[in-house]
Design a protein around this ligand. Structure first.
Ligand code: BGC
Length: 768
């Protein structure tokens, strides 16, 4: 059974639904270059030609999952309306419906009951895993391991796709400088270069070859969302074009170039125009300059929010502004489905704009193979055998270990001896099997993470005593707020002190509950929530041999701990295998190699704090001076507690023989920088060697230094390897006063080392 659409023929979904065959789309994502793209464009056009205006608008409408899908048909309310719309072909996508049974049930309505049988695309927030959960994205970024990050995205995609999903609302690539913003946990931190490389890895990991175990990626939030004033989620954003292009946009561009199929716009405004109604972002930059061919979905209700922003009179006005600005799909505002057809008839939105949006949406559905087989992702046997696979557990464990950052290790307190010691393990988070899953893991069940207690219990040579000490949060953690945090109950302190006194070493797991970061979880204080700081100080008095294991979804400001606690391990929220990863690092079965993707401040007043800041007209010399008239604080240093790129190992590395091949290069030329890195300690270890550039003067001011390369080297004790970086014109380009990306002639300094304070350096010039 075949349907003829215009002059092209394709197998209609209904034909597949009825078992009438049709070729499977096995085209790999990256292979979709010219010919295949044209074929897909033609197929999309052939469907478009058959559609009524209402059906077109329907493709631009996305609904949240709404009723007991496999139960009775809803009779009234919004569920009944959504159901009717699905039958009419007025629903292009649904979100939050998952599991093969439910996805199949809804897909069946769309492809069997709607006139044109167009399949629905099913989206979900698969941010760092579906059932088997990886570390939160900020933690993964600390690995600087692009291969591992790609693998982690592949695991997430495989489980999600096996459960019927076709599309993840990830990666979030918002460059984040403000730890108060709860969503820093979803991204790759403060640096555009690192964010860009990770964005590419995640896009490739999610989308793979677009086979049945891959999903379409959605790059978000376009753009500027992380720059909410005072770190308060959804707050006003006011940034320069310079910051937009040099800092915020590069990861989006990288993700688009990597072939991401969709983008999501954002809740914030930019230059007074909400992103959903922002033509500069969506039409001029994304679809214009970058030639992005996928579609843009709004953020949840962000079209309707343009009314609250004071940018739209009503929902109809909002729909008009969003459509004209290039927002292709409306997530849950109902603005398009209710008003867009009328707006076209009134001449307020051109039908060509609607056609463009629909063509983009249809293309993605074709590329995912949904037209060939709308049930491509709906295989119950595959769902059963894929979700929770052993190799996925191993994959997320590997990722978790790579994400851990050793912040301090005085007196070599770590690694712990494996025999004959008494260890006290303290802190509610040590015995928590839900918190390590972190925020944004809707597909995973509570209580499915390995706790630190369970991880440490695997090491049986020591005596392990656990004491809670104090709770982190009270009440329902989904709605956790400052008022629900335990600020008073110290009844568990005595037991903790007793355990500490009897122990050789105390391991304290403190920090934020996994749901204290994420969307809507901004904080104005970056200390340990509740009475945990007091618990830490009390236990330290009883036994100073404390290893502090931090669980947190954002940089914390812990100056007292940094000064007093001998060993500090940054263990974020590490996902399903968290406890095993932490235990293996504490016992030295894995030598930590993570490096911070965000600066950790000394106090919240320093925020936003980031290594790639500008020099200012009064940089001072970084030392206290007699004068106060330079850019500094009178009560705290300018520097962070722990810098971007920083992280220790159980071994030590020595950098030497730093060389630059030439002191100048011109257009099409390049120079190389080499350095020898030696493992000078007693155990094997991995070091992430980082390269930073500083552009001395330019048509617009430039940061003090910018990451422009990194390379991990694994070294046996005593071993030396030479690391080489190439510097070319592309690497020194920036968004200049001419409002273009270009390399300007001038003087530069290159720095190489193990963190953003790298000191080995040389100057070079770029000539015209
Ligand atoms: C978030 C998005 C998310 C969407 C759908 C919004 O509140 O900002 O990141 O993808 O909800 O769940």
């Amino acid at each position: 059974m075949k349907y003829k659409f215009s002059k092209y023929v394709f197998v209609a979904p209904l034909a597949i639904a009825l078992g009438c065959g049709g070729s499977k789309n096995t085209t790999p994502a990256k292979a979709v270059v010219t010919t295949e793209k044209n074929a897909i464009d033609r197929k999309a056009d052939s469907v478009l030609a058959l559609m009524t205006l209402e059906e077109k608008v329907g493709q631009m409408n996305q609904y949240n999952g709404f009723w007991e899908v496999t139960g009775p048909v809803p009779k009234d309310g919004s569920a009944a309306i959504k159901y009717e719309h699905l039958k009419k072909g007025w629903v292009g996508s649904m979100l939050n419906v998952r599991g093969v049974k439910d996805v199949k049930a809804l897909q069946k309505i769309a492809v069997e009951q709607s006139r044109l049988h167009i399949p629905v695309i099913f989206g979900f927030d698969v941010i760092h895993g579906y059932k088997t959960v990886s570390p939160i994205p900020l933690a993964e970024a600390a690995s600087w391991d692009l291969e591992a990050i790609q693998k982690s995205a592949e695991i997430a995609a495989a489980e999600a796709a096996a459960s019927g999903l076709n599309w993840t609302f990830a990666p979030m690539v918002d460059v984040s400088r403000d730890a108060r913003w709860g969503r820093v946990m979803e991204g790759a931190g403060e640096d555009p270069f690192l964010n860009s490389r990770i964005a590419e890895a995640r896009v490739h990991g999610f989308q793979g070859n677009l086979g049945p175990l891959s999903v379409a990626a959605c790059v978000k939030h376009f753009a500027g969302y992380a720059f909410a004033e005072s770190g308060r989620d959804y707050n006003t954003v006011d940034i320069s074009d310079n910051t937009l292009h040099n800092i915020i946009l590069p990861p989006f561009k990288a993700a688009s170039d990597a072939g991401a199929l969709t983008f999501m716009n954002s809740f914030n405004e930019l230059e007074g125009i909400p992103a959903t109604g922002n033509a500069y972002l969506q039409r001029d930059i994304l679809k214009g300059k970058w030639n992005f061919k996928g579609f843009v979905v709004s953020d949840w209700g962000s079209m309707g929010e343009m009314i609250s922003h004071g940018y739209a009179k009503d929902l109809k006005d909002a729909a008009m502004k969003a459509a004209n600005a290039g927002s292709d799909m409306d997530m849950e505002s109902s603005g398009y489905v209710e008003h867009l057809a009328a707006l076209v008839r009134e001449g307020k939105v051109s039908e060509e704009k609607v056609n463009d949006a629909v063509r983009r949406i249809l293309r993605v559905k074709f590329m995912l193979g949904l037209f060939d087989d709308p049930y491509k992702y709906c295989n119950e046997a595959r769902e059963k055998e894929t979700i929770g696979k052993k190799e996925f557990r191993e994959g997320v464990l590997d990722m978790a270990k790579k994400s851990i950052v050793l912040l301090k290790n005085d007196k070599n307190l770590l690694p712990l001896a494996k025999q004959g010691k008494k260890i006290a393990l303290i802190g509610a988070l040590a015995n928590d099997k839900t918190s390590p899953l972190g925020s944004w893991r809707i597909g995973a069940d509570d209580g499915t993470a390995v706790s630190v207690l369970e991880g440490m219990q695997q090491y049986k040579g020591n005596q392990l005593v656990y004491a809670k000490g104090a709770d982190v949060a009270l009440g329902n953690p989904v709605f956790v707020s400052e008022t629900k945090i335990n600020t008073t109950d110290k009844s568990g302190f005595a037991e903790a002190v007793k355990a500490a006194k009897a122990a050789d070493v105390v391991v304290m797991v403190l920090g934020e509950h996994g749901l204290q970061t994420g969307e809507g979880r901004s904080r104005s204080d970056l200390g340990l929530p509740g009475v945990q700081q007091e618990l830490l100080e009390t236990v330290f008095k009883a036994n100073p041999n404390v290893v502090l294991v931090l669980n947190n979804g954002r940089p914390l400001a812990l100056p007292w701990a940094a000064e007093n606690i001998p060993a500090i391990v940054e263990a974020w929220q590490l996902g399903t295998e968290a406890g095993n990863a932490v235990a293996q690092v504490l016992y030295g079965d894995y030598n930590p190699s993570g490096k911070l993707p965000m600066s950790f401040p000394r106090n919240v007043g320093q925020v936003p704090i980031y290594y790639n800041h500008k020099t200012t007209g009064r940089p001072g010399n970084g030392q206290p001076t007699e004068s106060v008239f330079w850019s500094h604080y009178t009560d705290v240093a300018n520097s962070p507690q722990y810098a971007f790129g920083y992280g220790l190992s159980y071994t030590t590395f020595d950098y030497s023989n730093f060389k630059i091949s030439n002191t100048s290069f011109g257009k099409n030329g390049s120079i190389t920088v080499t350095v020898d890195v030696k493992n000078t300690g007693k155990v094997a270890g991995k070091e992430v060697v980082q390269l930073y550039l500083h552009d001395h003067y330019a048509s617009v001011t430039r940061p003090v230094r910018e990451l422009k390369g990194f390379e991990a080297v694994t070294l046996a004790p005593g071993e030396t390897k030479t690391v080489t970086f190439a510097i070319n014109e592309k690497l020194i380009e920036f968004y200049s006063a001419k409002k273009v990306f270009e390399a300007e002639p001038g003087t530069f300094t290159v720095y190489v080392g193990g963190d953003s304070n790298a000191t080995l350096h040389a100057d070079f010039t770029f000539t015209e």
